[in-house]
Design a protein around this ligand. Structure first.
Ligand SMILES: C[S@@+](CC[C@H](N)C(=O)[O-])C[C@H]1O[C@@H](n2cnc3c(N)ncnc32)[C@H](O)[C@@H]1O
Length: 325
């Protein structure tokens, strides 16, 4: 009872309710909340601290940034979700906050798009600076074994590299991306490689233009660390994965290489196994496995990051519409 009263006291204040409403739309840093709420940093920090110590929200320090998100388990999660379900769309203050949040996200998305437009021509080179592509691609092919897929989706396909890697293992493959510059290069690469059964199209990964269960192989290669809402992206990826289909995510293990934020538009400095596995379980996947590819001495990478491959399967009997939230 005492814990419950503490939690309710922590929430029972207008700014703290506004913080909950913002975090219901994805993880945020303090400075992002400051710019949306229009209050001073010390004030916002104090509200956040109270919510975090009551277990309603979680603190995720990462390099010089700290992200906050709603608790995703235990009593804190139940309380947060219960209160959020009582919010009214007609609340003017919260509606204005959400408009401002959209503007903040929009600016960030534009900055990331500008980055990808600028680097598209050099992308193959830039990618090879951070990871040993050969070993990742070999590991990916090994994970899928001799399985042949009817239809593959590569989310955030960039120059279409994953479509090339899996071209001989699929009947049909589609890559989607937001950057027209990247997509132009992907089209050139696919034509050059003679992969007529692979194509790309312009689309946002948060809102894929495909029906549920369409693909038996879905791949997200080096995309999640750029995103505001990686979990929402995973949930959408699971939605389009067929029962019995495979979802593979390639990204970095946690690291501290801060300049990737300033110079290369990264938002997250890698992901832990626990975080990724929890998300995938919550999205309804099973048989989740992970593999780490550590840099070797021969690696020409400048950052020596460990690359992780997480794989999960959608249960064969899971024909529910959409994925779990
Ligand atoms: C680092 S690149 C990776 C490209 C490719 N998967 C690879 O490994 O070479 C990340 C890609 O994600 C795309 N991207 C970022 N946000 C996106 C979104 N919301 N919807 C679709 N694509 C997005 C970018 O345009 C970029 O091409």
């Amino acid at each position: 009872m005492e814990q419950l009263v503490t939690a309710l006291r922590a929430i029972g204040e207008p700014t703290r309710l506004r913080v909950l409403s913002l975090l219901a739309h994805g993880e945020l840093t303090v400075s992002e909340m400051v710019s949306v709420l229009g209050q001073s940093q010390p004030r916002v920090s104090r509200h956040i601290k109270l919510l975090a110590s009551a277990g309603i929200i979680e603190r995720l320090p990462e390099g010089t940034w700290v992200f906050y998100r709603l608790a995703d388990h235990g009593r804190g999660q139940k309380i947060a979700q219960g209160i959020i379900s009582l919010f009214e769309d007609t609340d003017r203050v919260m509606a204005r906050d959400l408009d401002r949040l959209e503007a903040v996200k929009h600016d960030r998305k534009n900055a990331a798009n500008a980055y990808f437009a600028e680097v598209a021509n050099d992308w193959a080179h830039i990618r090879s600076l951070h990871l040993s592509e050969g070993s990742v691609e070999k590991a990916l092919r090994k994970i899928t074994g001799d399985r042949h897929f009817k239809s593959m989706l590569d989310i955030g396909t960039g120059t279409g590299r994953m479509l090339e890697v899996f071209g001989d293992k699929v009947d049909r493959a589609t890559g989607i991306d937001l950057s027209h510059e990247m997509l132009n290069l992907a089209r050139l690469n696919l034509t050059r490689a003679g992969l007529n059964h692979c194509s790309v199209r312009h689309s946002d990964l948060y809102n894929l233009p495909f029906e549920d269960h369409k693909f038996d192989f879905v791949c997200i290669h080096q995309v999640l660390h750029y995103l505001d809402e990686p979990k929402a992206a995973l949930s959408e990826a699971v939605r389009v994965t067929a029962p019995g289909g495979l979802l593979t995510i390639v990204d970095f293990a946690p690291h501290q290489i801060e300049f990737l934020r300033e110079k290369h538009a990264h938002r997250r400095l890698g992901f832990t196994d626990t975080e990724m596995e929890n998300w995938l379980h919550q999205c309804g996947l099973e048989k989740i496995s992970h593999q780490a590819l550590r840099p070797t001495l021969e690696d020409k990478s400048d950052t020596h990051l460990t690359v992780k491959i997480w794989t999960g399967a959608r249960p064969t009997n899971d024909t529910a519409k959409g994925a779990n939230p």
